[in-house]
Design a protein around this ligand. Sequence first.
Ligand code: UGA
Length: 435
Amino acid sequence: MKITVIGAGYVGLVQAVGMARLGHDVTCVEIQDERRERLAKGEVPFFEPGLKEMLNKSLEKNQLRFTDRVPSGVLDLIFIAVQTPQSETGAADLSYLQSACEMIGRDVQGDSIVVLKSTIPPGVRARIHEWLANDKLEVASNPEFLREGKAVEDFFAPSRIVFGVESKQAEEKLREAYTGVEAPVFVMSVESAQLAKYASNTMLAMRLSLMNEIANIADVVGADIRDVSAVVGSDPRIGSSFLRAGAGFGGSCFPKDVLALEAVGKEGGFDSRLIAPIIEVNKKQAEIFVQKIQDVLGELSRKTIAVWGLAFNAETDDVRESPAIRVIRLLLEQGVSIKAYDPQAIESAREVLGAEIEYASSKIDCLQGADALAVLTEWEEFIDAPWDEVKEALNSPMVFDGKNVLNTDRITEAGMTHYGIGLCNEDSQLLPSFS
Ligand code: UGA
C-alpha cells in the first residue's frame, strides 16, 4: 500500500518505520529541515530501543523516504501524527492538526483516507472536514497505544488495534495496512475510537493516582503498599499492572490527555468531578516525597543529594513532565545541591535544568560526597545496583526510592535504609509525611 505519515515526532516516526517494516511503501512528511535531513541519514533524534535499526533497514530497502510535502499520486492512507499539545485552558491545541489538514486537502489529488494517529479529542470531525475542504477525503481514527521505551514492541505486538471509521472501505484499508500484526481489532465510530484513547490513558493515570494516595495512607498506618497492591492486583477484575506507587507519574501523555478529556466534557456542558484531581494528586506526590526526605535528613539546605534517574520512564531519554525533574526542582528550592546520573537522559535534562545541578558520568561517581541517594527512574541498572559500593560511597546509608522499585532486603543487607512511599520501614511509620 502507499502510505503517508505526516509528522516524524515520536508517534509518527514509529508509525512510519513500523508500516515500512510491514512491507508498505511509506513517505514521511516532516517540515523541520534539520530533523528530516537527520532522519534521511538514519539518525533518530531521540532514544527509543530498536527504532534506529528498523529505520536504517527501511531506508536501505527503500521502503521509507522523508519529504517536506505530501506526495502526489494515489495514496491509500494518510496518517496524521502531528503534536496536539496542551493549551492554556487544558484543552488540546489543534493548530498543528489544522495546518496538516489544510496541506493535505490542498495537495492530495485522488480519493484517500486521512487517519488521525495523534491523540485528538472527539467532537472535532466536522472541523477536520472543513480544514481538509476536499470531498475526496474520508476521516478515520487509529489511536496509538505506544509506551515510550517500549514503542517498537507495542507497535508489532499491541494489546489491541482500534479503527474509528466513516465507511466499510476505510475499515478494509486499515485492516490491510496492519496485516502481519496479531491483535484483537475493534471497529467503531471515529468519536468512539478517539474517546477510547482518552479513556485508556485517563484510566491508567487514575489507577496510579489512587494507588499513590493509598500508599500515603499506608505510610500513616504502617502498612506496606507492595503487599497491598499484590492483593488488589490479584483480583482479575482489576489486574496487576500499573499499581506501583511512588513520587508520581510523568511523560507527555497522561497529564495532557487527562486534562484534555476533562476539557472535552466541560465544552459539552459536563463538569467531571473525578478527572482533574488525578493530576493534582500526581503533582502533590512529588512534594510528599521531598517532605519524606526532609523528615529523615532534617534541614536540607547545604545537603547534597545524588539522584539516579532523570527520564520519566526507563528506556527513554524523555524528561517531559518527569517526576525526577519535579523532585529536583523542589529540592533545589530547599537549598539542596544535586548530582545526577541517567544512562540516557542527561542531555535532555540539561536543556531543562542547565547548570542548576551537576551531572555525573556514572552512577557510582554520582554518589561521591552525597548525603543520600534518591532513585527517580526505574532503570534496570539502578534496581540491580551494587549496594555495598553505594553504601561505601555515600556519606550516610540512605536510599529514597521515588519509584518503589528497589529490593528492600538487598539494600538492608548492605547496611542501608530503604525509604519509599508506603514501604513500611520502621522509621517511615513514624514520619509526619503529610503537610
Ligand atoms: C502512556 C500509555 O501507557 C500508552 O498506552 C499511550 O499510548 C501513551 O501514554 C500515549 O498516549 O502516547 P507512556 O506515558 O509513554 O505511555 O509510558 P508509561 O509506561 O505508560 O508510563 C507513564 C508513567 O507512569 C511513567 O512515569 C511511569 O514511571 C509511571 N508508572 C507506570 C508508575 O508510576 N507506576 C506504574 O505502575 C506504572
